[in-house]
Design a protein around this ligand. Sequence first.
Ligand code: GMT
Length: 378
Amino acid sequence: MKIGIVCYPTFGGSGVVATELGKALAKNGHEVHFITYTQPARLDFFNENIFYHEVNIASYPLFQYPPYESALAGKMVDVVKYEELDILHVHYAIPHATSAFLAKQILRCQGINIPVITTLHGTDITIVGKDATLSPVVTFSINESDGVTTVSEDLQKETYNAFKVRKEIEVIPNFVDLERFKKQKKEHFKRIICPNDEKLLVHTSNFRRVKRIDDIIKVFAKLKTSIPSKLLLVGDGPERVAMEQLSRDLGLGEDVRFVGKLDAIEEVLSVADLFLMPSEKESFGLAALEAMACEVPVISTNTGGLPELNVHGVTGFLSNVGDVADMVKNATYILQDENLPKFKANALAHAQEFDISKIVPKYEAYYERILKEQEVVQ
Ligand code: GMT
């Protein structure tokens, strides 16, 4: 198949899923064309089946806002037509599914039918989509897609509840490459971060408010009074400065490290004892899955799709959003030497359910199904 992939090419989960999916599809022999405004992170190598098309927008003084949606639609038309794509897979309703609709209509006028699949990742539905101005656009773009997938059952339910969606939505969860995300021998890292054999707690994210990093710092401040431990916060984003201040205010000093963005996150996860994800909303929780693949149990909230990933009392524990005391209690339990090995083994065993080799064929089968349905319609 010749597949076009459109995504936010950043470090965010949706971009990671889209890029890793494209790489896996290329490995399976498909020709994959990425259409984005900048080279996606994790796509910095040559592969004979992978092509990258950059969306450029000329900046005219007349425009207060550059017309990205139109430029993207134009690029989609060009790539679909000249690369003879079979299918377009867009990640995020806004603006990608909207631009795909426009591209599809333009191509239809030229006698070309391009099936469009939209994958909803969460923020596009749970936050952005509920904006009164954007909501009709999201609903329309979903309904006009030929196929729609969500990354969890919870997001599927939420999409049905929040929008007048006539489409049947397929659930295809996030996945992890277990060959990359596995526990590696990095004990020298551990000795640097935890010189006195402390327990290591880790969180990775884009430091948005929805991640509730203040809860992580509060959990850690309490936990460290009974369990010698260190906290490593990986990533960057709008909340970082405030969180650095909070950790100074709580007198946590050297016990908390903000390391910024890190590509080789699996190296840090290899020496972690516990992963924290106290999010307000989380449609799936890819970062937690990557931790579990490296044998790290998870303390998370019970919101969104997290209960589909983190099994309460097995791979970690779930708490209500903001229930710091419960998270401290659960973290203390997991970190006991007699409990930790079992939780680590369970985390890995459950992560194996989401191995890339199991999930990518679901996308391939879904593409085939949508293409067949289109043949019937034609
Ligand atoms: O979590 C983020 O802030 C990034 C966000 C995104 O839009 O890229 O991630 C979303 O998509 C990921 C991949 O499907 C999911 O694993 C994340 O749970 C989801 N984030 C939220 O729902 C907050």
